[in-house]
Design a protein around this ligand. Structure first.
Ligand SMILES: [Zn+2]
Ligand SMILES: [Zn+2]
Length: 329
């Protein structure tokens, strides 16, 4: 089978032919139909995540069909459509696992980071961490739900009932979250790279109340802000945009350094917090919601062998919505 392999950081991925993965206990073998390209994959390529094992096959927004189930793999039968997210394995025993915070597991393994991911034709995954996907979404359309959608959902939940929500960075996660927020009657204020007209138009099409550059001020004080762009200087910018008791959520796995800022913009019980990974409960909640409402995921598909091109387009901001690799293309 073909796989796109990252041998070490800062290299292009290499198209390789590999034997079919061997199944460990509890795993299913999945024929990959589509795999989303996430900003986290760029952090893996750039060597910014210390837990990454190299060589690695990236990709953690996998949609595919179960080929067969290994010993003790429960829940999925051959032929079933399945989704594989970033959280690939947890220990079940550390203080976080026991407290229902498996997203913070001390011993977690992550798909496309220290378990081979979906930039390949066949992937092995622990059945306990796979999801059923809602009908009504094509394979490529469903792929971004598995990380962009899930992480956006976890971040969105942290802003609670906020009525006016700022979103910094209008890529794959934001475009899904904005639709859910609008569906729930919340107002979205979209901040893009200054002058990024395509992203601003896209945010407008998805119902943003206001769109502008991250160097602009919104037309009103916001109740909360979510930062999807990996840019630390957005933290003080967002703090300045939110009201007293407002929360600023950093939703990326990696961010450039946050510049120092005056205490007065945090004062007033404003809070800054990060979102890390996902729990299986998050996944089930969000995919249920995606089945109840219609989320229009905007995807650009690439053949598997063009993974490097997809990553470059993402890095340069030359994508609207999400890039998705389709091995059969
Ligand atoms: Zn654990
Ligand atoms: Zn991701």
């Amino acid at each position: 089978m073909r796989a796109m392999v990252l041998d070490r950081p800062h290299q292009p991925l290499r198209l390789a032919t590999r034997p079919e993965p061997e199944l460990a206990d509890g795993q299913v073998l999945i024929k990959v139909a589509a795999c989303g390209v996430c900003r986290t994959d760029l952090h893996v390529v750039d060597g910014e995540l210390p837990q990454t094992r190299y060589p690695i096959v990236p990709g953690h927004e996998i949609v595919g069909e179960v080929v067969r189930a290994g010993a003790a793999a429960r829940g999925f039968s051959p032929g079933e459509r399945v989704g594989v997210p970033w959280l690939g394995w947890t220990c079940g025993q550390c203080r976080y696992c026991r407290a229902g915070q498996e997203n913070l597991c001390d011993n977690a393994r992550f798909t496309g980071c220290n378990i081979d991911g979906g930039y390949e034709e066949l992937v092995a995954a622990d059945a306990r961490f796979c999801f059923r996907l809602p009908a009504g979404y094509g394979d490529a359309e469903a792929a971004p739900l598995l990380c962009a959608g899930l992480i956006g959902h976890r971040a969105h939940r942290m802003v609670g009932e906020a009525e006016h929500i700022g979103i910094y960075g209008f890529g794959a996660a934001a475009h899904i979250m904005a639709q859910v927020a609008r569906h729930q009657g919340q107002q979205v204020y979209a901040f893009t790279r200054p002058g990024d007209r395509p992203a601003q138009e896209f945010a407008g099409e998805l119902g943003a109340t206001w769109v502008g550059g991250s160097d602009e001020s919104p037309p009103r004080i916001l109740d909360a802000a979510i930062i999807f762009a990996p840019v630390g200087s957005l933290v003080p910018a967002a703090l300045r945009a939110v009201r007293k008791a407002g929360v600023v959520i950093a939703a990326g796995i990696h961010m450039s350094d946050i510049p120092s800022f005056p205490y007065e913009i945090l004062w007033g019980e404003r809070a800054v917090r990060s979102v890390a990974n996902l729990t299986r409960v998050d996944g089930e909640d969000f995919l249920r919601l995606a089945g109840q409402m219609r989320i229009e995921t905007r995807v650009t598909t690439f053949p598997l062998a063009e993974a490097n091109e997809a990553l470059t387009r993402l890095r340069e901001g030359r994508l609207t919505g999400a890039a998705v690799l389709v091995p059969a293309a």
